[in-house]
Design a protein around this ligand. Sequence first.
Ligand code: BGC
Length: 714
Amino acid sequence: MNLEQKASLLSGRDAWSTEPVGDVPSAVLSDGPHGVRRQTGGTDHLGIHRSLPATCFPPAVAVGSSWDPAVAGRLAAAVAAEARAHGVQVVLGPGVNIKRSPLCGRNFEYYSEDPLLSGALAAAHVKALQAQGVGASVKHFAANNQETDRMRVSAEVDERTLREIYLPAFERVVEQARPATVMAAYNRLNGVYAGQHPWLLTTLLRQEWGFDGVVVSDWGAVNDRVAALKAGLDLQMPGNPTDDAEIVRAVRDGSLDEAVVDRSAARVRAMAERWRAAPGGFDADAHHALARELAAECAVLLKNDGAVLPVGPDVGTIAVVGPFATEPRFQGGGSSRVDPTRVDVPLEEIRRLAGERTVTTDPEGADLAIVFAGLADADESEGYDRTAIELPGEQVELIRATAAAARRTVVVLSNGGVVSLEGWHDDVDAVLEGWLLGQAGGGAVADLLFGVVSPSGRLAETIPLRLQDTPAYLNFPGEQGTVRYGEGVMVGYRYHETVGRPVRYPFGHGLTYTAFAVGDLAVEVTGADSARAALTVANTGGRYGKHVVQLYVATQAGPVRRPARELRAFTKVALGPGESTTVAFDLDARAFAYWDVAEGRWLVAPGDYTVQIGENASMIVAEETVELAGEVLVKELTLDSSLGEWLAHPAVGPAFMDRLTAGMTEEQRAQAAEHAGMLRLVESLPMHQFLGFLPAPLPERTLTELMALSRRQG
Ligand code: BGC
């Protein structure tokens, strides 16, 4: 292959396929992730033109609430089958960006405010998709947490926050599921475009995490082609012959090493050759049924006063109201929009399950009213952020008027981003948060309302009382080209729990129709930085159901401010009435570690760690504290270290005090002891400054010896 041919491999042939060159086949890439968006006519990456009919499975916002990697995996396996049927080699997704603010217009495409939950679901998605021979593209790498100014804005994020919050989901997917591609985001990270960020795309992704696939640009994300290539961005999408020529020119004038071109061309070739599963068909009916089953795992029953749900035999007349009852909203706008094979209409599905009951649209005097409310298509989308979290005023009116007219009222919500429940929550008996449930959401909601299935979804993001209570409120979406992640690691429940701010519903909340009890929590230390937790879960209610066991770790160990608690393990268990089971979690170092900026690595500090089992992030139902030996940092002292650091050093501190008081008389010593507290005033002085205050200088040799001692002993 000559240079021009190799360069042409590095950008697409068109919007959705790579260039076939010599014996290298073309590969088709399509959105994703909750259904295949294969365009064969007009093309765009904003969801405007039509695409071939495909099953619209529940979007990530819903899958996040399933808390079940099996849901993500079954969804992805079905998407893979449809991708093969439509001749697609790589499906663009999943999106694992963290929900930093409820306002992000694209939150419906992301799983959670928590990195472990996001990463576990995404890894299951990628594994299942790729097991069927279809490549994945984990996106948008990295710190793409808003739509405002998304193609230029610089996300200013400190290293610990990146490592603990914004990167772990990518890290988990790359290390555990080996995705075919990683998609570089539009935005800048700390001033440098993600698509031309050498640390992000090479040092971290390839050298540290071992990624060996293709880095593809988000569509139109390349700014300086040569800089991007050097940084580690292999494939530019869509096609761009001008930039290909730029690459050739740079090699010819010596500003780009041809070996860099060779390396990226080899990766694109490997991708195009590897992901070529045989085409096949798919059973649209079976996939629709699967979409319904999965959607029912995702909806979250937020409130159910007086066990109004499931709809009981005492209910004679049901009123179904609200625009989404007949025109459901089931996915978000933008590049992920799928042209569905069919759409369930909630009203019809309710009629089907209502049996002998009367179903009307007039709530006046109805035994039960079901209001379908939520956000309209235009209220949220890729491309722009929201500015408020309230439901549209007319919907609030509708809910309140219905609640006043009917005997009991249930609200079913359809929304991709969190909405406030204030102003109407207390007027209604039950709230089912349906998020966006995909094309079979209408059937799934009916199944849940009538108890064909017990709800088992849990919130993957906090529902705040007010937007002002959310951690990124003061910084989102930034100004004048930058957005400062000033809340640091205190994202979502990490913030709310740490500051003790009340919320409407906490992360992890969700009700069901049966009851569960957890007990016998036992935590055993298995090493200096690891432990094993075991507990029993019992279904104490009268129906089959599923329970999400949530394990959090709470600690104040180490030199950094830790969140009140952090989710470190979870699992969803299914139990019949009266059944119980034992659940065990092996907690490795990462469950206890923080990112130490000075050391540039993960560190488990010696100290106490409380393992907590939460009904949700605010309600702990069992806990046990263990002490971990952790890693004692050998802190080397210098003349720039503060007096406080010298005194705190276990070996050097006492030795230093000895030397300091060595030449004193008894009386001076007594005086010094009396004024020991005064030392606090000067603790922050660097040693070289403190030495200047001493009446008699300490010999240089003494200092050198003490510093040497600090290197030997922690
Ligand atoms: C989106 C990506 C998407 C791509 C291709 C971009 O606008 O950010 O998520 O995969 O378009 O449609």
